[in-house]
Design a protein. Structure first.
Length: 715
């Protein structure tokens, strides 16, 4: 009996508290609307102008590809896309008004009738079942005031709501409110709510969808249809009942709609391109980081973050889904299945402007965020020989000039042991033209050429062509002993396709604000890296390499292509870097975590002329299918060829192929990419192309020496 009395007492006390709370709310509203009370409370029409300002809503930024397709969104804790009122269906507008503020279009910001109605509903229910705040009051509370439930805030809320109604039209207030409401699961505003729960745009919402969204407003966490479906269905049924009471729905319509299943999952914004192309996420991450580092987005990191994640920007990028699809196709078709032990990275830029069109930076961004195409630093092997070649051409040497490629070769290293190497596969080499030595990828010829033109000058050329990684002055540099990045290699080779003009790779074409006003647009700032003649002569040699040299597996049927293979020491990294007039692309293959020899992979020891060239060829063939062939422009006529010998004024070290001094011996750098085939020398030219298919026996597998190569030549 005592328990019954206590329970009755508890109910009576709760009833009294409800009455008092509701009455107090009504009293405060009346006070706020009274001129005398306004004077007493120091608010109302005397509020300072800045008190009523509504800051722009945090809004998601949208990322587009080069064709205007949406590929990603950036947002902070508030995932919102603002929509105008005229895009919101009548069903959504009516349902939310019926539930939250049926008299919205007739009151002046505070609704006494609704407040009285809420009082009686709460008394009847014995709890706070219904609020009396108008939509305008809710907007003021969310935008201008703290959530503290005290006298000062409640009175300010009412007074500012009245003032706001005098400064903004009803439709403006309603539009702002519909874009402000929180629906749970990170969705702010009706567009985000439509996407999150129904995988729709707001224009496509129906009465059943609208009823659930309206039910969520009061308690988006407690009424979550995913976490609490029974509660959510009950609250949605109450909304249908209200719509029947107001005449918006018939009882039969409400019963039918009430049978509509609730959503069982939350959705991300629909991004069909991203769903198809795994590499898109690696590209999008590069876009994000470039904007966060861009001073045009703000002078401080906080300003840039707010602009990118809350500014509602339209971000138009260089991303080409056609190139990306072709790149992923090339990797998928030609990369051997090694159970994940070896992988490939791809990076492509457009020669004429530096626009990054595609990249394969990994296989799964969610678990492997390290981007092999932009962050992976690996030895390029003989693909670095192009920087030596370009340096020689800049100094006046020409493709028909000859140089000795005899092997083994000893390269002096003042202050240390001589650097000794031999040609790949034991080739004896011989005296041949620069073109022939390049197509044969002669190690000894290029080590000597590096001494003639000067290692310092080779480093300078590499810098002009965009390489930023550390490059130590060592005799082995011409063979690719220094580490590079795939994207930078692609941009460097793109310079040759662009007649010697270097363009720094970029990701963002233009950015507009939430109103469509242009904030900035990319401006091509190409710089002259090498002469037009040098670029065309180098292209002539590298085109021959694709036709008849180490890069034959990179041929594009019906199109003109130029490029160079590269194989690092002990088959640990393999490359093909090349270009057409349309696109320059670097392909790297290796282990993503460490240097592991790629011997007997799919039956071959991996060189740049095997899988990397095949990936490159498959990718570029697919990409160029619908493009008309464009030949490379020819260089100007040159003088007759002569022999390159001895030391150069640029580097006094010279070379000595007969040195018998103590030396460091390396027969694995590089390359290249003759699978142990033989050559025939006639008149200084190599007339025998590499075999089409690799032989069954691997190239020599001499273990690398235990002594490291000299770290640096003295100044």
């Amino acid at each position: 009996m005592l328990n019954g009395i206590l329970r009755a007492g508890s109910l009576s006390l709760r009833f009294i508290l409800v009455v008092v709370a509701s009455a107090l709310g009504l009293f405060l509203v009346v006070l706020a609307l009274s001129p005398q009370a306004a004077g007493f409370l120091h608010i109302g029409t005397s509020a300072e102008p800045e008190d009523i300002n509504l800051d722009p809503l945090a809004q998601r930024s949208v990322v587009y590809d080069r064709y205007g397709n949406e590929i990603a969104v950036f947002h902070a804790e508030e995932d919102r896309e603002e929509v105008p009122l005229d895009k919101v269906p009548e069903a959504v507008v009516r349902t939310i008004l019926v539930v939250e503020d049926e008299d919205f279009y007739s009151h002046n910001g505070v609704n006494l009738k609704a407040t009285f109605r809420a009082l009686f509903e709460n008394v009847a229910a014995g709890e706070i079942a219904q609020g009396g705040s108008t939509i305008t009051q809710q907007l003021v509370k969310n935008a201008l005031l703290t959530p503290a439930q005290d006298l000062n805030r409640k009175t300010k809320e009412a007074a500012l709501a009245v003032r706001l109604e005098r400064e903004m039209g009803k439709d403006e207030i309603l539009e702002r409110y519909l874009n402000t409401i929180y629906f749970g699961n990170g969705a702010y505003g009706v567009q985000a709510g439509a996407e999150t729960y129904f995988n729709k745009n707001v224009e496509d919402l129906n009465w059943a969808d609208a009823a659930l969204l309206a039910a969520l407003i009061r308690n988006p966490v407690g009424y979550d249809p995913i976490a609490y479906p029974d509660v959510a269905k009950e609250r949605r049924s109450i909304v249908f009942d209200r719509l029947v009471e107001t005449g918006d729905l018939t009882e039969e319509e409400a019963i039918t709609l009430d049978a509509t299943p609730l959503p069982e999952q939350v959705y991300e914004p629909v991004q069909p391109v991203q769903e198809i192309l795994a590499g898109t996420e690696y590209f999008v991450e590069e876009v994000k980081q470039s904007l966060l580092d861009d001073p045009r987005m703000g002078t401080t990191p906080i300003e840039r973050f707010n602009a990118v994640f809350k500014g509602g920007l339209e971000i138009h990028t260089t991303f080409d889904p056609l190139a990306q699809s072709a790149a992923e196709y090339g990797v998928r078709e030609e990369l051997p299945d090694t159970g994940g032990r070896f992988t490939a990275a791809v990076a492509s830029v457009e020669p004429s402007n530096g626009a990054v069109r595609s990249m394969v930076g990994g296989t799964d961004f969610e678990t492997e965020k390290f981007n092999l195409a932009t962050q992976g630093k690996r030895q390029p092997g003989s693909s670095f020989k192009v920087f030596v070649l370009v340096t020689a051409l800049e100094q006046g040497w020409i493709p028909s000039d000859t140089i000795s490629g005899s092997s083994p070769c000893s390269i002096p290293n003042p202050g240390g042991e001589a650097y000794v190497a031999q040609n790949f596969g034991g080739s004896s080499g011989g005296t041949k033209s620069l073109t022939a030595q390049t197509t044969a990828s002669s190690n000894c010829a290029y080590l000597r050429l590096g001494q003639v033109v000067g290692i310092d000058n080779v480093i300078d050329t590499a810098r002009k062509l965009g390489l930023t990684t550390p490059l130590d002055k060592v005799p082995s540099m011409p063979l690719g002993s220094e580490e590079v990045i795939p994207l930078e290699m692609a941009a460097a080779y793109a310079t040759l396709a662009n007649d010697g003009i270097y363009n720094k790779p970029y990701y963002v074409e233009r950015v507009a604000d939430r109103h469509g006003n242009l904030l900035f647009e990319h401006e091509a700032l190409g710089t002259r890296a090498v002469s037009t003649q040098t670029a065309r002569l180098a292209t002539q040699i590298l085109e021959e390499n694709v036709q008849n040299g180490t890069g034959t597996k990179a041929q594009i049927p019906g199109h003109f292509a130029a490029g160079k293979t590269g194989t690092a020491e002990n088959f640990e990294d393999a490359w093909f870097v090349g270009y057409t007039e349309y696109l320059a692309t670097a392909v790297w293959m290796g282990n993503k975590y460490e240097k592991i020899p790629m011997r007997s992979v799919g039956g071959v020891s991996v060189t740049g002329g095997s899988y990397p060239a095949e990936i490159w060829g498959a990718y570029m063939t697919e990409y160029h299918k619908l493009l008309p062939p464009v030949p490379f422009p020819p260089p100007a006529p040159t003088r007759s060829g002569k022999h390159i010998s001895g030391s150069s004024s640029n580097d006094s070290s010279g070379y000595d192929s007969d040195s018998s001094d103590d030396y460091y011996y390396d027969d694995d750098y590089d390359d290249d990419d003759y699978y142990g085939g033989t050559t025939t020398t006639t008149g200084g030219f190599d007339e025998a192309p590499p075999p089409t298919d690799p032989p069954t026996t691997d190239p020599p597998t001499t273990d690398p020496p235990t002594t490291d190569p000299p770290a640096e030549l003295p100044p």
